[in-house]
Design a protein around this ligand. Structure first.
Ligand SMILES: NC(=O)c1ccc[n+]([C@@H]2O[C@H](COP(=O)([O-])OP(=O)(O)OC[C@H]3O[C@@H](n4cnc5c(N)ncnc54)[C@H](O)[C@@H]3O)[C@@H](O)[C@H]2O)c1
Length: 337
């Protein structure tokens, strides 16, 4: 199977590409490299350009008329930045996805996976959510994800496009073969910041200790990125069957472990893995942050026959191993590692 991965030079998209390759499939990457890395595309066809650029899509489909599905991971993802630059985020994440979907329909694409986010949910009092939970995105970033889901659902209702939105919880870890991992020089993900603090011998700033959780810190559902990638491979392989017997042409599935871990519990897990424990310090909530959530859904198991196999400790270990190796894959970041 040949699959176009938009955003395939980024953290999650490149991992999906690796897992597809390991399963004998062929990824083709489209990425404007705004945050993605050319080095993550070694050995994979890479088209450097924008998802809204019709000319580059012409070129890709001329070169690869046998592309049978598209995975759309291309987006801007930094929550506080989305608060500061909402127009930029709506343009990059929403408007460009609309153009992308329109061009793809012109190319005859009918199988579309969208990287959505658990950040769209309004959690229950216990912070658990399933796909039918209320939606109340807390930031422009999260709203772009919800708007795109709705937009794609409307498009799927009257076009050949069928859309599977995969709502990721909190990805951690790296490709176990260390081809790729978190590439952001200054990561905004909790684990990236934790590793940064560990390596610098600094305390880790817990942003918000006044949430109504068991210890006041935010709650997350940390899922290994290699498990996330497996869910995509499964979804792509079973795509037609997923939409087979039913009328619906769009569907959403939560991808998490089902276990809620508070940020302070996560730091404890981290400190069990490392030699020198990281101290924590309290910091104010960041704009757009929310208490977080974990999935209680069984849909991924029922529909995709997928469940997360790796533990939080596995994710921490793989992230640490990646940061050890990162400077070799991304030499410009060597002095930061
Ligand atoms: N990382 C998370 O915590 C998380 C959680 C839930 C959902 N997601 C979603 O998963 C997807 C991938 O996230 P990630 O963590 O890998 O981020 P990332 O920044 O590493 O990857 C995004 C990639 O998209 C590319 N890109 C952005 N805009 C583009 C455009 N207009 N045209 C072409 N390429 C473009 C970037 O260069 C980058 O390679 C995003 O859609 C994100 O919203 C991420």
């Amino acid at each position: 199977m040949k699959v176009l991965i938009a955003g395939g030079a980024g953290f999650i998209g490149s991992t999906i590409a690796s897992r597809l390759l390991d399963h004998g499939h062929q990824p083709v990457i489209l990425d404007n490299l705004v945050t993605g890395r050319r080095e993550f595309c070694d050995g994979r066809p890479l088209y450097v350009g924008d998802i809204a650029d019709a000319a580059i899509l012409d070129r890709i489909f001329d070169d690869h008329p046998d592309i049978t599905a598209v995975v759309h991971c291309a987006a801007l993802i930094v929550v506080p930045e989305s608060v500061e630059r909402p127009i930029h985020y709506y343009r990059e994440n929403v408007s460009k996805t609309l153009e992308f979907a329109d061009h793809l329909l012109g190319k005859g694409v009918s199988r579309f996976l969208f990287s959505s986010s658990a950040a769209i949910y309004e959690p229950a009092a216990d912070f658990s959510v399933d796909e039918n939970s209320g939606v109340r995105p807390q930031s422009p970033y999260a709203r772009t994800k919800w708007i795109v889901e709705q937009m794609l659902s409307d498009i799927s209702a009257s076009t050949p496009l069928r859309v599977l939105s995969l709502r990721y919880f909190n990805p951690i870890g790296a490709d176990p073969k260390m081809r790729t991992g978190l590439q952001a020089p200054s990561p905004t993900h909790a684990l990236g910041k934790l590793v940064e603090a560990y390596r610098a011998g600094r305390p880790f700033a817990v942003t918000g200790l006044d949430y109504p959780t068991r210890d006041g810190s935010g709650i997350r559902d940390y899922v290994h990125v290699w498990d996330l990638a497996a869910a995509h491979v499964r979804a792509l392989e079973a795509f037609d069957a997923l939409f087979g017997g039913q009328g619906s042409r769009s569907m959403a599935i939560n991808l998490g472990t089902g276990t809620g871990t508070t940020v302070l519990e996560f730091v404890d897990a981290f400190n069990k893995v490392v030699d020198v424990p990281v101290a924590v310090e309290a910091a104010p909530r960041r704009p757009g942050d929310s208490a977080g959530a974990y999935t209680r859904s069984t849909r991924a198991g029922e529909v995709l026959r997928w469940r997360a196999e790796r533990t939080v400790e596995d994710g921490i270990r793989d992230s640490l191993a990646w940061f050890e190796r990162r400077g070799k894959v991304l030499p410009d970041l060597a002095d930061r590692d």
